[in-house]
Design a binder for this molecule. Structure first.
Ligand SMILES: [Zn+2]
Length: 329
């Protein structure tokens, strides 16, 4: 079973290309969130971890077949002015009344999709439907991951308005792929109950959006040391055409100059995801999940992994699932 899933990961990564946080980070977030869960949720999530991890990029893949999927992954804050995340109504109906559904869809519906997916997860817990719990928990992880990517909150989503094209891939794919070994992949977070899921996701987005000015300015700053464009960029044949990306050398310098904000966002995503999963379970009435646990449950291994995560040792122990099946580096 495990082997099939591993081969599946490899094939999927080969055929689908990379977008959004990239396969690597979306999968990492879904794995790490499991370690923050309380005891009564651990066995269920840990014994279904392969599926949670493997399918983490699924909402991005849905974009190819579902035209309604695309706008679920972002919110272009600037369209709504300087205080977008304070003035846009948190409830969909109120937002529609203020801006119309067409406008909201055009500039991205990410926070509403998080709330909707959260509700579906809660319902799945209530019904004790194993497959639905795994499905919505996985998708929720994806959208929460996206909500932590600064460029997913901006109309200047690829740096295209400031002559910084390629910033999107640089921040969320090239940096994680190049720098993962040096990332601080550690947290002692324990899932917290969220009294308001709406408020939680909107405050996440507000924080994520606040990282943009430093990101854009840092790119300009680092570029001063890369006046030779042959050093600054690389060309790669991807998605059927030769495309320009920032070089790995630039990615390393940029990551260093950002002082760990990429890995910090990765950990924040995982911590938040634990909170959202836990909140859905509590809101469903804390159902007993023991009959849904897949066997065998290797409790000792779970504890060792969680301990390794607390000490930033998951990679060196070989327990970071996404890192074991990388198809590009
Ligand atoms: Zn996405």
């Amino acid at each position: 079973m495990k082997k099939n899933i591993q081969i599946g990961i490899l094939l999927m990564a080969l055929v689908a290309g990379l977008s959004s946080w990239g396969f690597l980070v979306h999968r990492t977030v879904n794995q790490l969130a499991v370690y923050g869960l309380p005891k009564k949720m651990q066995a269920f999530f840990y014994t279904h971890m392969d599926s949670l991890v493997y399918n983490a990029p699924r909402p991005d893949q849905r974009r190819n077949v579902d035209p309604a999927e695309g706008n679920k992954h972002f919110l272009d804050g600037e369209y709504y002015g300087d205080h977008a995340f304070d003035i846009i109504p948190h409830k969909w109906e109120d937002a529609v009344a203020k801006y119309t559904a067409d406008t909201l869809k055009k500039y991205g519906t990410l926070p509403y999709v998080v709330v909707e997916t959260q509700q579906k997860l809660t319902e799945a817990f209530r019904k004790g439907n194993k497959d639905s719990i795994i499905f919505y928990a996985t998708d929720l992880g994806h959208y929460i991951g996206d909500a932590h990517v600064p460029l997913h909150t901006s109309i200047n989503y690829d740096g295209q308005l400031t002559n910084q094209q390629g910033l999107h891939d640089l921040w969320e794919t090239t940096i994680p792929e190049t720098e993962l070994a040096g990332f601080a992949i550690k947290s002692r977070h324990k899932a917290q109950y969220l009294p308001s899921v709406e408020n939680a996701i909107w405050s996440i987005l507000k924080h994520t959006h606040s990282l943009l000015p430093v990101m854009f300015a840092t790119e300009k700053e680092v570029s001063k040391n890369f006046t030779d464009t042959a050093r600054k960029y690389r060309w790669e044949f991807r998605w059927g055409k030769n495309r320009r990306f920032y070089s790995k050398e630039f990615a390393t310098a940029f990551h260093k100059a950002l002082k760990g904000s990429v890995d910090e966002q990765l950990i924040r995503s995982a911590n938040a995801l634990s909170d959202f999963w836990y909140t859905a379970w509590v809101n469903a009435g804390r159902p007993d999940l023991s009959s849904l646990v897949a066997q065998p449950y290797k409790k000792k291994q779970f504890r060792m992994e969680r301990k390794a995560y607390r000490k930033n040792q998951l990679i060196e122990k070989g327990w970071l699932i996404s890192n074991n099946f990388r198809t590009r580096d």
